[in-house]
Unconditional design. Structure first.
Length: 376
C-alpha cells in the first residue's frame, strides 16, 4: 500500500483532520459522531488554554486522495513539571486495518516528540487526560457514553504490533438504580447525613456570580482530591473555566451538586445526561442537526454518565460517599435515567472500585487502555 503522511499546518487542514474521522466508522452503528464545531474549538491553539503550556502537531495519511489514517503528537509541559519526567503524548489516532500504516503514524509522532526532548510516548489522549483519553479494548457492543472514546476492535491489535505496551487500564462501570436504591441504603445514608451534618447543594447555573463561585469550589476540590492519582495534572484556572463553559449547556443541576459537611465543601458529583444517545443520530456532526436531535429526542436519554465523583481526603472513609451514591441514583431516577455509567476509574483505584462494586453493585462493562512506548 502506498501512502503519504502529511503534516497539518493550517485551519483548513485541521478541519479535514477532524472530518476524516468519519472514514473509519462507515456502517458502525455504535459510532456517535462528535460535533465538528466542538472539535475545532478543542484543537484551536488560540482558543483552548491547554495550548498555553502545550504543543500539538497533527498529520494525516493519504492514499489515492483519501485519508486512511491520522495522528497527533502532543507535549504537555505541565505534566512534565508535575511528574518530573519527559513523557510526550499521542492522540486522535485513527487508521485503517493496516499494520505498516499504523506503525508509521506512531513512528512519525514518536520522532516529533523525540525532537522535543521526550523519551516516552504515551496515549491516546485527546489532547490530555482531562479530555477524552485511552483506547477501548473491551466492550464494543454498545456506543460510548458522552465524552468517552470509541474505536474499532482492531485498534488494540495495531497498538500491540507497533510496540505499544500497557501503561494503565481504565474501567467503566454499568450501574442500575434498582440494585442499590433501597430502603436499607436510605436508612444508612440518613444516619451518615445526621452524624456529619451532610447537605447537598446543587450547582447554580443561572446566577452568574454564584456559578463562578461554584466553579471555583469544584476547581479547589478537584485539584486536591485527585492530586495523587496516576497521571494527574492540575488544570489551570483558564482550562477549568474553559471546560465548565463547555459543560454548562448540557449539565443538569439535579445531578451536578456539591457535598457539604457542616456547611463546608467536602466533595462534588458531576453527572451528565448521555447526549450520545441523541447525537448518534446526527450523522454529519453538524451543529444544526445536533440541536434538532437534542430538542426532538431528548426524552430518549435514559443513561447518565458520572464523570466526576470525589471527596476531599479528610472525608474519605467516613461513609459520606454512600450519601453521594444514594443521591446520584435517586436524582437520576427522577430525571428518567435509571442506568448509569461511572467512568473512567483507574484499575488500581481500590477505594472507588470497591465502592462501585460493593455499595452501588456496579459491574465493569467496558475497559480502556493507555499505552506507553520508549522513544529510542
Amino acid at each position: 500500500m502506498k501512502f503519504n503522511i502529511i503534516p497539518i499546518n493550517d485551519k483548513s487542514g485541521v478541519k479535514r483532520f477532524i472530518k476524516s474521522q468519519w472514514n473509519f466508522y462507515r456502517g458502525d452503528k455504535n459510532f456517535a459522531p462528535p460535533l465538528v464545531y466542538d472539535r475545532m474549538k478543542l484543537l484551536d491553539i488560540n482558543k483552548n488554554p491547554f495550548f498555553k503550556h502545550s504543543e500539538i502537531q497533527m498529520w494525516i495519511a493519504e492514499s489515492n486522495g483519501e485519508v486512511v489514517g491520522r495522528i497527533a503528537a502532543i507535549t504537555n509541559e505541565n505534566h512534565n513539571i508535575t511528574h518530573n519526567d519527559k513523557v510526550g503524548f499521542f492522540g486522535f489516532f485513527e487508521c485503517i486495518n493496516n499494520e505498516e500504516l499504523a506503525c508509521e503514524l506512531l513512528n512519525t509522532a514518536s520522532n516529533w516528540l523525540k525532537s522535543k526532548g521526550k523519551n516516552v510516548m504515551r496515549g491516546p489522549v485527546n489532547p490530555s487526560l482531562n479530555d477524552e483519553c485511552a483506547m477501548l479494548i473491551d466492550g464494543f457492543d454498545e456506543p460510548a457514553r458522552i465524552l468517552m472514546p470509541y474505536n474499532p476492535k482492531y485498534y488494540p491489535l495495531l497498538m500491540n504490533k507497533c510496540g505499544m505496551e500497557k501503561a494503565k487500564d481504565l474501567y467503566a462501570y454499568k450501574l442500575e438504580n434498582k440494585n442499590y436504591i433501597s430502603e436499607k441504603m436510605n436508612r444508612l445514608q440518613n444516619i451518615i447525613r445526621t452524624r456529619y451534618k451532610v447537605t447537598i447543594r446543587e450547582i447554580d447555573f443561572k446566577n452568574k456570580i454564584q456559578f463562578k463561585k461554584d466553579v471555583q469550589t469544584l476547581k479547589d476540590i478537584y485539584n486536591e482530591a485527585w492530586e495523587l492519582n496516576w497521571g494527574f495534572v492540575k488544570m489551570t484556572d483558564e482550562e477549568f473555566d474553559f471546560l465548565a463553559a463547555d459543560l454548562k449547556p448540557i449539565a443538569n443541576p439535579k445531578v451536578a451538586f456539591i457535598v457539604e459537611v457542616d456547611g463546608k465543601p467536602a466533595g462534588f458529583h458531576l453527572g451528565l445526561p448521555d447526549f450520545n444517545q441523541v447525537l448518534i443520530h446526527n450523522k454529519n456532526g453538524g451543529m444544526i442537526g445536533a440541536l434538532w436531535n437534542m430538542m426532538t429526542k431528548k426524552k430518549e436519554i435514559s443513561i447518565m454518565r458520572i464523570i466526576v465523583l470525589g471527596m476531599l481526603p479528610q472525608y474519605r472513609g467516613t461513609g459520606i460517599d454512600a450519601v453521594v451514591y444514594y443521591e446520584s441514583g435517586k436524582r437520576a431516577h427522577e430525571l428518567g435515567m435509571d442506568i448509569g455509567e461511572a467512568s473512567w476509574i483507574l484499575e488500581d483505584n481500590e477505594m472507588m472500585n470497591r465502592g462501585l462494586t460493593t455499595t452501588m453493585l456496579g459491574k465493569i462493562y467496558k475497559k480502556y487502555r493507555i499505552y506507553d512506548r520508549d522513544i529510542v
